[in-house]
Design a protein around this ligand. Structure first.
Ligand SMILES: Cc1cc2nc3c(=O)[nH]c(=O)nc-3n(C[C@H](O)[C@H](O)[C@H](O)COP(=O)(O)O)c2cc1C
Length: 322
């Protein structure tokens, strides 16, 4: 525990992973205010689509929606032109940091040679890196996988990234084809770590303090760790790491319920149609099955109207009070 605290004080940063559909500005703000422990947040990827940026992506980065949060907007692109347009938009809102997604495994993106779909094309990466070099005022980082089809594709990519001024690289050591299945490839991660000249952030399958401790003991020189589904499942995970101790379920539930209250208020203010409210509030619980237990989780997730939903949540609160 002492080592863990020392590592954190000196070097270890906690990054909240971007998850499209989950980590929007409301979630990030609520997590930051009520759970804490996260040093850096990212937006889900912003893309160039049908000749423009989606307005909801622009709303998500507005500084007034992200007060008090260290936010790095993330973009996904395959050409310098796309990168320029997206970076211009991000910079126009006062940001001087940007993260480039080279990890997304979704076929809709990879077929456009975006996300992990760019990894088999070092020439494209080289072109993006030239654009990065031409914008010294913009601090860039890259979030990537090992490859799209093979776990050694990074070996063509890393030498290019090593020569590019980057703030850090976040590596999720899977390949795109795996989506989120199978194991993270720690052997390749270790090789990558040896050859990477930039500060490195690890991402993938960290769900408990024990997972984090194991990783940071094996790789004490990481700049940080990025938590995704593990943080959505246990929003206090980063805070528990910062505190250097596990919390009990009652303490975790207290924070979770306070976060839910805030989120419910946000979605009921923003959306007027019941199905929209349910869609968005269900996303809040999506990763909570283990924490809540299957029965009550299903009741919450299957609620088809607001009355049933609120009844299920009341039942949950009641069960934790007793
Ligand atoms: C539903 C979903 C949406 C995601 N959206 C993004 C995204 O917009 N940008 C990105 O870089 N990664 C995205 N990811 C990947 C996560 O950021 C992260 O790399 C991945 O979940 C592995 O980390 P974890 O095991 O801690 O969740 C997404 C993952 C999921 C499951």
């Amino acid at each position: 525990m002492a080592l863990q605290k020392r590592l954190r004080e000196k070097t270890m940063q906690i990054h909240c992973a971007p998850l499209q559909g989950y980590t929007d500005h409301a979630y990030r703000r609520i997590l930051h205010q009520l759970a804490g422990g996260v040093d850096v947040f990212y937006t889900p990827f912003i893309r160039w689509e049908k000749g423009e940026v989606r307005s909801k992506d622009e709303v998500d980065i507005l500084p007034k929606n992200n007060e008090g949060v260290h936010l790095i907007p993330q973009i996904i692109c395959s050409t310098p032109d796309e990168m320029k347009r997206l970076s211009d938009m991000v910079e126009s809102h006062g940001y001087s940091e940007i993260d480039i997604n080279m990890g997304c495994p979704a076929p809709m993106q990879t077929k456009l040679q975006r996300g992990s779909g760019i990894l088999p094309h070092p020439d494209r990466i080289q072109a993006l890196c030239r654009e990065i070099e031409q914008r010294p005022e913009l601090r860039c980082s890259v979030k990537m996988r090992l490859g799209l089809d093979r776990n050694d594709e990074w070996q063509q990519v890393l030498p290019i990234l090593n020569q590019t001024p980057l703030q850090h690289i976040t590596l999720h050591p899977r390949i795109g084809k795996q989506m989120y299945k199978g194991e993270v490839d720690m052997q390749q991660f270790s090789l990558f770590c040896d050859q990477c000249r930039h500060p490195l952030v690890f991402n993938g399958d960290l769900r408990t303090l024990a997972d984090i401790n194991r990783l940071t003991h094996s790789f004490p020189h990481l700049q940080g760790i990025m938590l995704g589904r593990g943080l959505l499942a246990r929003p206090t995970l980063a805070r528990e790491f910062a505190d250097g101790e596990e919390w009990n379920d009652a303490k975790r539930m207290q924070v979770l319920c306070a976060m839910h209250q805030e989120m419910l208020q946000f979605v009921t203010t923003k959306y007027k149609v019941e199905s929209q409210i349910l869609l968005h509030i269900h996303a809040f619980w999506e990763f909570q099955e283990e924490m809540l237990g299957r029965k009550i989780w299903k009741k919450i997730m299957k609620a088809g109207n607001l009355k049933n939903y609120l009844d299920a949540v009341r039942q949950l609160l009641h069960s934790f009070e007793n």
